[in-house]
Design a protein around this ligand. Structure first.
Ligand code: SF4
Length: 368
């Protein structure tokens, strides 16, 4: 997990979800959420492990009832990745989840009920040293606030969040982070910006209910990306109507694109045109699929011809620039040899693996 951190980031307070630091310039973590029934323990653990293998740092699990809270306890003992219990409506389930080993709980105080109930949760969270995410969502803002603003807009979400912060701070509870998510990208951006002026608690970024893979990726990239560019945000979750593994992949790609954090194979490939000398699209797709389990950061250029091919290949660790029948292979910016166009995929894979092996060897040597 290489931290590059070229973008200025607002200094926030630090909290820990298990051992993962959030805030105060910590590496921006990527979160996702299980989609299985929590009571189906085997399936849930399997999905958590897949999310972890895809690069998730933190996984959230819905805990809608007592049985799920009991299942949470068993699940907690089967993995060491930080687990967040997602609670709505019932403060007793929140308390039960804290007792059952949650590393963090997410509540939307607006739907927990009375302040007394929120305070009970905070007392347990204090005793067990469990952080809380105040998760404000445009779909469930307090009725009186909606009445005031007519719509669940940025100002309404901000007021809801500020009310919660006041309750938490009055109780002398500082171990929390905040999210103010809307399915509207502009409202979300505006609300996080306003909130960031009012508080230095860490921020969990996301666009809620952002849709399927394509829509959700676009909305999340704009929403999360533009906030990160303004220095706002300490942890992210991309929310998609898809297999949650895609959420992790998109989240990591957003951080990769902003060079906040480098993770896995970063493919630089051209859109192709009549000049292309080999099937760039097929090779780029195939390579991305085959190397999706690699966490080591590596830039790979796959370029159809010599117009932009040499330039991109020279700034990548592995690159190929299309030429007639045989193309030019670059390793660490240096043109090494010509390879048959029919062997490009095989050669790229071989050389990527080789570089990763060398990096791993070097890292292990340094760790000794
Ligand atoms: Fe076309 Fe060559 Fe540019 Fe690719 S690199 S889009 S093949 S001109």
């Amino acid at each position: 997990m290489k931290k590059i951190n070229k973008i200025f980031r607002k200094k926030t307070k630090r909290i820990y979800i298990r051992k993962v630091p959030i805030g105060n310039n910590a590496v921006i973590s990527v979160q996702s959420m299980t989609t299985t029934k929590t009571t189906e323990i085997k399936k849930t653990v399997k999905q958590i492990m897949s999310l972890k293998n895809a690069g998730a740092d933190i996984v959230r699990i819905s805990v809608p009832d007592k049985k799920s809270a009991e299942a949470f306890k068993i699940i907690r003992n089967k993995t060491n990745i930080p687990l967040v219990a997602d609670i709505h409506f019932d403060y007793r389930i929140a308390i039960e989840s804290i007792k059952n080993g949650a590393d963090c709980i997410r509540i939307n105080p607006s739907n927990i009920g009375s302040i007394k109930r929120i305070q009970s949760i905070l007392e347990y969270a204090k005793d067990y040293n469990v952080p809380i995410r105040i998760g404000i969502n445009s779909g469930s803002i307090e009725k009186k606030i909606i009445k005031k603003y007519k719509y669940p807009n940025a100002k309404a979400m901000l007021e809801s969040a500020m009310n919660c912060i006041n309750i938490f701070e009055k109780m002398n509870f500082q171990n929390f982070k905040l999210s103010v998510k809307s399915s509207n990208v502009l409202d979300t951006i505006q609300c996080y910006k306003l909130l960031s002026c009012h508080t230095d608690h860490p921020m969990h970024l996301g666009i809620t209910e952002s849709g399927n893979l394509q829509n959700g990726t676009i909305k999340s990239s704009i929403g999360i990306g533009s906030l990160l560019l303004q220095g706002i945000g300490d942890t992210i979750r991309v929310s998609l109507s898809e297999n949650p593994i895609e959420e992790v992949k998109v989240g990591l790609k957003i951080l990769n694109a902003l060079e906040i954090r480098k993770y896995g194979v970063n493919i630089i490939s051209c859109p192709t045109c009549a000049r292309k000398e080999f099937d760039v699209i097929k090779i780029a797709n195939s390579l991305e699929k085959k190397l999706s389990n690699i966490s080591e950061p590596i830039d790979v250029a796959i370029m159809g011809c010599s117009v932009n091919g040499p330039g991109e290949s020279k700034i990548s660790q592995v690159g190929v620039s299309g030429l007639k029948n045989k193309s030019a292979l670059y390793i660490n910016g240096i043109r090494k040899k010509k390879i048959k166009n029919s062997l490009i995929l095989k050669e790229l894979k071989k050389n990527i693996q080789k570089i990763i092996e060398i990096k791993n060897k070097y890292r292990k040597k340094n760790e000794k």
